[in-house]
Design a protein around this ligand. Structure first.
Ligand SMILES: Nc1ncnc2c1ncn2[C@@H]1O[C@H](COP(=O)(O)OP(=O)(O)O)[C@@H](O)[C@H]1O
Ligand SMILES: [Mg+2]
Length: 310
């Protein structure tokens, strides 16, 4: 994986240069603070409404479901979507008398690097994973969450308007003309991390709300993302399809992975459950889960989706 910023390959664009705090200041702020052993997965994209909270929720629950200790951190004090889903999960488990794996959870109250690191060390000291859900805009705390991450996950919707934040494309030819503002932020933070001797940041981008029927627009977006992934050094995940269940289950704090524990609630959609497990595989966590399941005597995953672990 490259550790140098790929931005230099594009013509310099003043309009998308990273403003605000210098990336080196951000990296110095977090690099000097103690942090626990947990792997940090930050779900971030400057665009709102692309499925960050939905993904962070499913990711945190899937990791907890397979026996990992997980801390879920909600950075979005205004919308609190991740917090609400996890609180609903606690309530649903109580009402149904079901044992649902519940990630530890906190809503970050003060948006400072010091507070984020303190909370990660305090609440996540014994955790295997921390999943951070960032709000859909650029902010000092979102940059710190990216600077701290081992893995960055960025969902995008199937629209060139959403893609603009990752890369600029010619409106007619769809030729890649430059980086988008979020890519610039990530690239500059990666460069600052490399300079500070930190490990490279693994970046996974995935399409959310994909359509099942073939669409010209979706094919163009997928082709654009493939080209962009090489320039901006990210991996492309399999993505999630548009499913009503992603909206309805989250309201109850549930995921497809829970339905085998609550058979009265509905049929497991193996494809949907597999989609979430595929996400773990994309993050290179799938193999680890396989070993964990067999060695730790954790409750077996439902065969409907355990096959997706490979
Ligand atoms: N794969 C999906 N299928 C259907 N609806 C989805 C999917 N992913 C997200 N949504 C819906 O899209 C909206 C925005 O998702 P959310 O996770 O809140 O985005 P963000 O955190 O990026 O603002 C919500 O109504 C959510 O239920
Ligand atoms: Mg959100």
């Amino acid at each position: 994986m490259n550790v140098v910023t790929p931005i230099g390959q594009f013509a310099a664009r003043r309009d998308v240069a990273m403003d605000g705090e210098h990336p080196q200041v951000i990296v110095a702020d977090i690099a000097g603070r103690p942090r626990g052993p947990a792997r940090i997965i930050t779900v971030a994209n400057e665009k709102g409404g692309v499925g960050k909270s939905t993904l962070a929720f499913h990711l945190a629950v899937a990791l907890a479901d397979t026996g990992h200790k997980v801390l879920a951190v909600d950075l979005d004090r205004r919308q609190q979507s991740l917090s609400r889903a996890l609180m609903a999960r606690g309530g649903t488990a109580k009402r149904l008398g079901a044992r649902l794996p519940l990630p530890r959870h906190l809503l970050l109250q003060q948006h400072s690097g010091a507070h984020l690191c303190q909370e990660l060390a305090r609440a996540g000291w014994d955790c295997d994973y921390v999943v951070i859900d960032a709000a859909g805009h650029d902010s000092p705390i979102a940059r710190r969450a990216i600077a701290l991450a081992d893995m960055l996950v960025s969902p995008v919707n199937c629209s060139f308007v959403d893609l603009e934040l990752l890369g600029r494309f010619h409106p007619v030819t769809h030729k890649l003309t430059g980086p988008g503002c979020f890519s610039v932020t990530v690239a500059e933070l990666r460069a600052a991390r490399a300079e500070a001797g930190m490990a490279p940041l693994d970046w996974l981008v995935l399409l959310n709300r994909k359509r099942r029927e073939t669409s010209h627009n979706q094919s163009r977006i997928e082709s654009a993302l493939r080209r962009l992934s090489q320039r901006m050094d990210f991996r492309l995940g399999s993505g999630l399809y548009e499913r009503v269940a992603y909206r309805e289950l989250v309201l109850l704090g549930l995921t497809h992975l829970d339905l085998h524990r609550i058979p009265d609630l509905g049929r497991i959609k193996a494809a949907a459950a597999g989609e979430v497990m595929q996400l773990l595989d994309d993050l290179d966590i799938g193999q680890e889960l396989n070993g964990l399941l067999s060695s730790a005597g954790v409750e077996q995953l439902n065969p409907a989706y355990s096959s997706h672990l490979g």
